[in-house]
Ligand binder design. Structure first.
Ligand SMILES: Nc1ncnc2c1ncn2[C@@H]1O[C@H](COP(=O)(O)OP(=O)(O)OP(=O)(O)O)[C@@H](O)[C@H]1O
Ligand SMILES: [Mg+2]
Length: 270
């Protein structure tokens, strides 16, 4: 999504709601109340806005306090690397920010939606089409072809053009000749490219990638990162990538390091 969005503002309430939830930075001001037909240029500043986020796994029986009060704003279009030692909570934070996991407490707004009190079904609905997720272990469905793996989530979301969008995205990641191949017939790098196509094809505002090169050799890993960055540049999506790779982190606009359930370092704040 572009940095600047055209929004139709229908009344004062809507305008104020969007301004106060931290998702809209500036709204062109009129000397009079907006009419139904006014069009406003709105700068959407933060795609992610988190306040005092906590996550405790299994709070009743065997509590594991993983996130202990995360405050984080990520601007629309930003490319952010998330670093930190193993077990520091990177994947857990990504799971919460992407709506895969509910936080234990705190406030969270993502891609224009208030995640704070959503239940699992509402989070699944909120993710659909807005958030693309690429995991380390690809997570392709083995009984589906590359094309079906990319198209099916869009079909389930009711997209009538799912098949043609999936094919176009697979061609964009260089897999036009592998549309009907099953995951077992693809190399690791090709499987990860299918996973990237699946995340990007619906045109999400936000892409999360959890160590997307972790299962690949160095050279294939570089190709995958080049591809991810290229597709991200073409779509303008916000990208948050978890990595242990300092070279990859250097290519990002911003590097956030997590430690002991808190943000230990943020290159933007430095
Ligand atoms: N479902 C769960 N139940 C209980 N504890 C969990 C669960 N998932 C993760 N943890 C614990 O939470 C902590 C953070 O895990 P997380 O996977 O977020 O770390 P990470 O920073 O992504 O590590 P890595 O770099 O190894 O992937 C770990 O101590 C882990 O054991
Ligand atoms: Mg992890």
């Amino acid at each position: 999504m572009p940095l600047i969005r055209m929004m139709r503002v229908t009344d004062h309430m809507k305008l104020r709601e969007q301004s106060t939830n931290g998702l809209v930075a500036s709204v062109s001001l009129l000397a009079r109340p907006p009419s139904l037909c006014d069009w406003f240029l709105v700068t959407s500043q933060n795609t992610i806005s988190a306040r005092n986020l906590t996550l405790t796994y299994d709070p009743d029986k065997n509590p594991v306090e993983v996130l202990r009060g995360i405050d984080l704003d990520i601007a629309t279009g930003e490319i952010v690397a998330l670093l930190g030692p193993s077990g520091s909570g990177k994947s857990s934070l990504m799971a919460v920010l992407s709506g895969l996991e509910r936080s234990t407490s705190g406030d969270l707004h993502v891609a224009g939606q208030n995640f704070t009190n959503m239940d699992e079904d509402e989070l699944a609905q909120a993710r659909r089409g807005n958030i693309g997720i690429v995991l380390q272990a690809f997570h392709l469905l083995p009984t589906m072809t590359a094309l079906e793996n990319v198209a099916t989530p869009m079909e389930l979301a009711g997209d009538a053009d799912a098949a043609s969008k999936a094919e176009a995205e697979l061609r964009a990641v260089g897999l036009g000749h592998r549309l009907d191949h099953y995951p077992t017939q693809l190399s690791g790098g090709e499987q990860q490219r299918v996973a990237i196509a699946r995340a990007i094809a619906p045109g999400p505002d936000l892409i999360f990638a959890d160590e997307p090169t972790g299962n690949l050799d160095v050279s294939t890993g570089h190709d995958i990162i080049d591809l991810l960055f290229k597709r991200r540049q073409q779509t303008g999506a916000t990208l948050l990538v978890i990595t242990h790779d300092a070279e990859l982190a250097e290519r990002c606009d911003r590097v956030i390091t997590i430690g002991d359930g808190l943000i230990a370092k943020d290159s933007k704040a430095a």
